[in-house]
Design a protein around this ligand. Sequence first.
Ligand code: ACM
Length: 527
Amino acid sequence: MKKEIIIFVLCIAFFKGYTQEYCPIIPLPEKIEKSKENFALNRNTVIVFEDEQIKRIGDYLQSELLRSVQITLSTSNKKAASEIVLSYSKAVPNVIGAYKLAFTKNKVTISGRDNEGLFNGVISFLQLASSAKKANNIINIVGWQITDQPQYNWRGLMLDESRHFFGKKKVKQTLDWMAFYKLNRFHWHLTDQHGWRVEIKQYPKLTTVGGIGNYSNENAAANYYTQEEIKEIVSYAAERFIQVIPEIDMPGHASAANRAYPEFSGGGSKQFPEFTFNPGKELTYQYLTNILRETDVMFPSQMIHIGGDEVHYGNEKWNTDGDIKQLMEKEKLSDLKAVENYFFKRMADSLLLIGNKVLAWDEVAESNLPKNETIVFWWRHNKPEQLQKSLDKGFSVVLSPRSPMYFDYKQDSLQVHGPNWKKFSLNSTENVYHFNPEKIPVVFPKNNLVLGIQANVWTERIVTEQRLDYMMYPRIAALAEAAWTKNSNRNYAQFILRLKDQFPLYKKSGLYYFDLTKPDLTGEPKE
Ligand code: ACM
């Protein structure tokens, strides 16, 4: 009798070990079915790769399993009794990043047409493993049959390290979480008024002088990334199938550079002194082209974002500058906006010569940049005409409207710090989650020029890592699902169930996240 009870309890425990009401993956995959069989991951399981090229993805799976569930597996190109097989397959949808995941009792198969798809499959498997129950060094992973593909190929996050500098460790952690949520474009805002953060060997003062200060303290010691550090971060991102896009903001937001090399300044305004580069001087183009050339060598994405935003904040001096007046006469430029467009065209020519696409904020919608080489970032949600103009011109676009895609904005009505876009709603996790490009009248019906979506983390009011975490997590998870999962498959209430399962992972990672399920805002870190 006693023995029967023990067996009964063991059966229940075993059954419970494998129960899972819903597939816990974020972003939610396109097609999911419960598998008939589950998989007991154990120390004898082998990661099998069928092709040497896949090995590095197998190695990533190996190290992440060790980190997340403390189990060490070996890798091999030979079959094993218990195995996780990584392989290329034509059965996977022919879409960049698509993958399939299948379970039997002794075998998990992760397949992709390409490495990016395989990596995404590995990430889904890692998410299943990290939410699984563990007993006696066996991880009981509930089996799912998954066929998955992204809605958008551009799933981006921008971090501003000019206003406040967070450093290599925090950036790597951000890349880890981006990878965990299949976000694949890291837009790195490296230059602005408050600090120049990327070493340019030809112009060392950009960092030794321009790197001094930040938004809260103009005398803070110089903080910046050396070229070696940049390369390290770019390759760390590449291991996670994330492309890194640097932003060198011009011709506005240039005050830090102008502190270092005032000879290229185009002046500013009372509120924004020395805000611009001088578009009237030929030497400015040489200087900036040299900077872009060095930047290009560090970033293999072949995309450089040249900003282009808010030039009118500080181009008052352009009205009276002799060189600019001469340029306007010579090139028949009727006003300052025409000067700005002339500047963009010149810088675009430099970028194209070095094989880079031209990326810029939506101020360039009026310019005549080459349509197949330009990507416009729509940020002014209250100016849909900028998006319309960009699409009419044939520019590709990334959608990062302030509402709801600026993560420095408030996420809850009780939140004390941080901006809130007047009459627009909060940038809550829910609003981020429901962001649907097809609801923007300009975009619908689905427009192939829309590459995807991106959230931007501006850091004027984010001084500490704690506050950075608080503003990014969990909104980053909602961003990921909005970018990856079709609207028809999204369900916020169900997302919240999966999101709650993430909180212990955030805790384990030491992240200071915002628990939106318990809106006690006494924990809000100060600006
Ligand atoms: C921006 O927020 N100035 C692009």
